[in-house]
Design a binder for this molecule. Structure first.
Ligand SMILES: Nc1ncnc2c1ncn2[C@@H]1O[C@H](COP(=O)(O)OP(=O)(O)O)[C@@H](O)[C@H]1O
Ligand SMILES: C[C@@](O)(CCOP(=O)(O)O)CC(=O)O
Ligand SMILES: [Mg+2]
Length: 393
């Protein structure tokens, strides 16, 4: 391993099954490889320090290597944490809370915890490194920025600790598995109780039918011939936090189990049917896909995770008759996904996007789904310009 090197990971769009995925129901998601997080690792000025730079959230922190002494001396605790990769070790999290001190009171705490947890577990012997993380994804918008940063941190640390080599264009399956497992723990630091679908898509890329099992293991199948579906992604710019929305759904499940559990099951069934259609999409079943988008959004409204600002997108797509809209990701603001009818003309798409942008100040994207997952660019392949661009100072 030699520094500098650059890693990257994509964002994702959940097509069917957000929230229900947390309750072990199947869900389907695809990577958005045009929107990515980049992490540059290079030597830090002070060889005794570890520096983390998150310019997107205006966060920069330098830890002296000795700051981690109490955690690093807990050899047994770290060993346990490395062996049980399904859960965060509360023993290590508590020790890191002490290391973080004042940082605990800030908004950046969970992202910093993700970094520190992976650092002490994966490459605690290393110091004198600076990590710059920069994303082209909107943050807290339902496109999986938390998983995308978690995958880049996990991949960079896996590379630093020798678990992932950079000697070939693509990571091997074993290497991807390693990155996926650790990025899930990083997602847990940020989000609490993730299903694991976001980090799986950000790691492996493509499109996956995902299911979390009762014992915490995950199963996923790649949707082999993922079709390009005409769609518009709309970013409402309404801020929200996945952690809060997932907690709100959990409260509802506990309060109304007999009502809400069947809703979650219906969402899972819908994801399975949706995947069958995506696998063999044609002119006959295309409208069924659009129907399922409408039903999935209705069920998400029932869970209480929509927002008036998201309903405006749905209202406009319904009134202009361009297609069906559902929220994507945790909801509560953030992004929506509109799957367009085959018959929708370029003129109608333009009208729809113009209305959302001019009347509500939303941002719209049209992007291909299902591209490449995470990867490493070794030192000799990093273009100088790119190295420069990723730095915040
Ligand atoms: N580029 C980034 N730099 C630093 N932290 C980030 C970045 N992107 C995401 N995060 C972390 O992830 C959180 C947002 O994750 P989340 O609420 O799950 O929304 P989403 O994953 O849909 O974007 C942020 O509050 C921050 O902690
Ligand atoms: C709500 C959920 O299904 C997706 C969250 O995605 P995002 O963080 O909003 O991009 C949670 C999860 O599956 O971990
Ligand atoms: Mg997230």
């Amino acid at each position: 391993m030699s520094v500098p090197f650059l890693v990257s990971a994509p964002g994702k769009v959940i097509i069917f099954g957000e929230h229900s995925a947390v309750y072990n129901e199947p869900a389907v998601a695809a990577s958005v490889s045009a929107l990515r997080t980049y992490l540059l690792v290079e030597p830090s000025e002070n060889p005794e320090e570890i520096e983390l730079d998150f310019p997107d959230i205006n966060f920069n922190h330098k830890w002296h290597y000795n700051d981690f002494a109490s955690v690093l001396q807990d050899v047994e605790g770290l060993q346990e944490a490395r062996l049980n990769t399904r859960e965060l070790s509360q023993r290590i999290v508590s020790k890191l809370e002490v290391v973080q001190g004042e940082l605990r009171k800030t908004l950046y705490y969970y992202a910093a915890l993700c970094f520190c947890y992976l650092y002490v577990c994966l490459c605690p012997q290393l110091k004198g490194l600076k990590f710059h993380v920069k994303s082209t994804l909107p943050i807290g918008a339902g496109l999986g920025s938390s998983a995308s940063i978690s995958v880049t941190i996990s991949l960079a640390m896996a590379h630093l600790s020798g678990h992932v080599k950079a000697d070939k264009p693509e990571l091997s399956l074993t290497e991807k598995k390693f990155v996926n497992v650790w990025s899930f723990l990083g997602e847990k630091c940020i989000q609490g109780t993730p299903s694991g679908i976001d980090n799986a898509v950000a790691t492996y890329g493509n499109a996956v039918l995902f299911k979390r099992e009762m014992d915490g293991t995950t199963n996923f199948e790649f949707v082999e011939k993922f079709p390009q579906i005409p769609m518009v992604l709309t970013y409402t710019k309404i801020p929200r936090s996945t952690k809060t929305l997932v907690a709100k759904v959990r409260e509802l499940v506990l309060k109304q189990p007999n009502v809400i559990k069947p809703v979650l099951t219906a969402m899972g069934n819908l994801a399975v049917r949706g995947t069958e259609i995506l696998d063999s999409l044609n002119d006959t079943n295309y409208e069924e896909l659009i129907e399922l988008v409408r039903v999935n959004h209705g069920l998400l409204v029932a869970l209480g995770v929509s927002h008036p600002g998201l309903e405006l997108v749905k209202l406009e797509s319904d009134s202009l008759g361009v297609g069906s809209t559902k929220l994507t990701g945790a909801g509560g603001g953030g992004c929506s996904l509109t799957i367009l009818h085959k018959s929708t003309t370029q003129e109608q798409i333009h009208q729809f996007k113009a209305k959302l942008e001019s009347s509500y100040g939303y941002k719209t994207f049209q992007t291909d789904l299902g591209g490449i997952g995470c990867g490493i660019l070794p030192r000799d392949l990093i273009p100088t310009g790119e190295l420069y661009n990723i730095r915040s100072n």
